[in-house]
Write a protein that binds this ligand. Structure first.
Ligand code: CP
Ligand code: NVA
Length: 300
């Protein structure tokens, strides 16, 4: 039994094995070959925040793997009326073979893993989004044929995506640069770890971070749970946008990635988004293949 609570818990070898399995599952699905690795198993999917991609990729993925997935919205669960997550986990462990949870506090996900005795998969917290980054790495490797030595640049808010991209990028040997406003840096411990373990730079200067990048990445300026700060953040993040000037300093063949949903003319211009839509929607598709690989790794 294995959890995916955050990417830093997984070794480079485990990450690469997961990407290899995801590639194989993608290829086989396109060729009509089914793999019922999780036949008869049930995944519970607890959502305390909205989701399109995560929900659908896990649900379809579980079906592809011969199992089934249950959508459990916290609005309908007793969690929404105050039943502790720890009790919920202990009950659900008796019915299910795995839980995927999207919530606010990382501690809640770590707590579930301690209390239950089934695999727990993090479907996004305020701290990180490991499943997304596995799909992102898969997409970069698919388009560039490699990961090691490539420069990945993240521009925007130092949020859950930034944290996981730093960890994932450094683990697979990419050079990672991040540009955020001074008060909105990624997690301090993650930045310190990255600087010790690989080629990592943080700057508040977007063009400096984007210089010679092979892949540029951005995400919304206000994440789920930060809706009340959205207007203030629009002012603070105004220059933290992927646009033509940023593309001009990156490598001519630079990819553009976005975890979605995207806010055009905020973190990315509509022009750059549409010019790189094939890459961005390959990335969204790869959520399915990567999530299947994660479930096989954790639940088989
Ligand atoms: N990128 C991502 O996690 O999308 P959803 O919020 O739609 O699941
Ligand atoms: N940072 C965003 C990612 C959404 C997939 C959020 O947490 O809302």
């Amino acid at each position: 039994m294995k959890h995916l609570l955050k990417l830093s818990d997984w070794s480079e070898k485990e990450i690469i094995e997961t990407l290899n399995l995801a590639d194989q599952l993608k290829f086989d699905k396109k060729n009509g070959i089914e793999h019922h690795h999780l036949k008869g198993k049930t995944l519970g999917m607890i959502f305390e925040k909205s989701s399109t991609r995560t929900r659908v990729s896990f649900e379809v993925g579980m079906h592809d793997l011969g199992g089934m997935a249950l959508f459990l919205s916290s609005r309908d669960l007793q969690i929404g009326r105050g039943e502790p997550v720890e009790d919920t986990a202990r009950v659900l462990s008796r019915y299910l073979d795995g839980i995927m949870i999207r919530t606010y506090a990382q501690e809640e996900v770590e707590g579930l893993a301690k209390m239950g005795n089934i695999p727990i998969i993090n479907g996004l917290t305020d701290y990180c989004h490991p499943c997304q980054v596995l799909a992102d790495l898969m997409t970069i490797r698919e388009h560039k044929g490699m990961l090691k030595g490539l420069k990945l640049c993240y521009i925007g808010d130092g949020n859950n995506m930034a944290n996981s991209l730093i960890v994932g990028g450094i683990k697979v040997g990419m050079s990672v640069s991040v540009a955020t406003p001074e008060g909105y840096k990624p997690d301090a411990d993650i930045m310190a770890w990255a600087a010790e373990n690989g080629d990592f730079t943080w700057t508040s200067d977007v063009l400096e971070a984007a210089k010679d990048a092979d892949a540029l990445y951005t995400d919304v300026w206000a994440s789920m749970g930060q809706e009340s700060e959205a207007e203030e953040r629009k002012k603070i993040f105004k220059s933290y946008q992927i646009n033509d000037s940023v593309m001009a300093v990156a490598r001519p063949d630079a990819m553009v990635l976005h975890c979605l949903p995207a806010h055009r003319e905020e973190e990315i211009t509509a022009k750059v988004f549409e010019a790189h839509a094939d890459q961005i929607f390959d990335e969204a598709e790869n959520r399915l293949h990567a999530q299947k690989a994660v479930m096989v790794k954790c639940m088989k």
